[in-house]
Ligand binder design. Sequence first.
Ligand SMILES: *Cc1c(COP(=O)(O)O)cnc(C)c1O
Length: 413
Amino acid sequence: MTNFLPFSMPDIGEEEIAEVVDSLRSGWLTSGPKTQIFEMEFAHFLSRRVKAQEQTEPVQPLQALAVNSATSGLHLALEAMGVGPGDEVITSPYTFTATAGVIRHLGANPVFVDIDPVTLNIDPRKIERAITERTKVILPIHIGGLACEMEPIIEIARRRGLKVVEDAAHALPSTYRGHLVGTLESDATVYSFYATKAITTGEGGMIVTRDPEVANRCRVMRLHGINLDAFDRNSSTKPSWHYDVVAPGFKYNLTDLAAAIGIQQLKKAWSFQERRALMARRYNDELRDLPTILPAGAPDGDLHSWQLYILRLDHSIRITREDFIKQMARRGVGCSVHFIPLHLHPYWRETYHLQPHHFPAAWRAFERVVSLPLYTKMSDDDQTRVIEAVREVVDLAAALPQNSLIYSTACSD
Ligand SMILES: *Cc1c(COP(=O)(O)O)cnc(C)c1O
């Protein structure tokens, strides 16, 4: 197909290109001045809104630490919380594998808790019974950019002496009860700037925390366990060749080339969110009458980042999700699935002896979900095409005889 609308595309402008060229000309390619600016502006981006709100107690300032992916950031945050061999981290199976993979990197075990079938986020009511004496951290994911019920999660964590790390890969910007994700009372929040995310650096991520000890540990461990990074090394009074290795660290720093993209993307984050919200509203309005379940919106007064638009096919619709996506592709529209729950993947299934029915809400949601393209590079006409394609495929399915299984085989390519 010549005019295929891909599922996702980054929105890179001349500003990003100029900023990267500036880095290239400067000669500073790896973590340096641009990474520092990106971190400062990211912390500022989040805390600007906090200042406008009433601040009753003095709190530690937010620190933002740039890393080369959200996966690295989650790994570092959990390491800084002291998660180690045999420990347990409570999370949801309804996520990308990176969320749980990093738990295994530390020799710890994920303990999965099923989702709320409406929001697709971890069900806070099921967390408490999953806690054991080995539990260290609760790791919720804001699926698609809809914030989790953070108040009960933080309440359980505080009462049971656990830490909270938020997987905010989708949540820039999203709010929970008027507060931006990243400024809540969790111990760390981790963002992704992967190419498909609302703002991107190609590959990249950010850890945000108010805990100076967590920030210091992440800072050291993201760059070889060296207690000063390259930028400080140059402005330090110690001789430039000197450094101290204090731990067997990782190589998780963000390059200035990537940070250059991030600096310009961050400036557009609010307008990106507005555009995404507008597109989500249009999908809602124009798909409302179809046998589909629309994605849950944010409560009144809160922001949804609309990183993903996860539509669910109603059980009355006589087409499988696979055929639906195939038919959309025939009409030139790329769709995707978020997510294949972890307990259905061979590694997680076999390692923890999991079966589909162990997390029934995650399993049932997965069977019916289709993510429609929603990104700022899409025009109104592109979105019209998606909506028309959805309506056509739904009509096609409705025209089939009741209980027709012929459809599924007839359409397989
Ligand atoms: C994209 C994503 C990640 C991983 O982000 P990277 O920056 O690619 O490491 C983690 N969790 C969720 C929910 C994601 O969607």
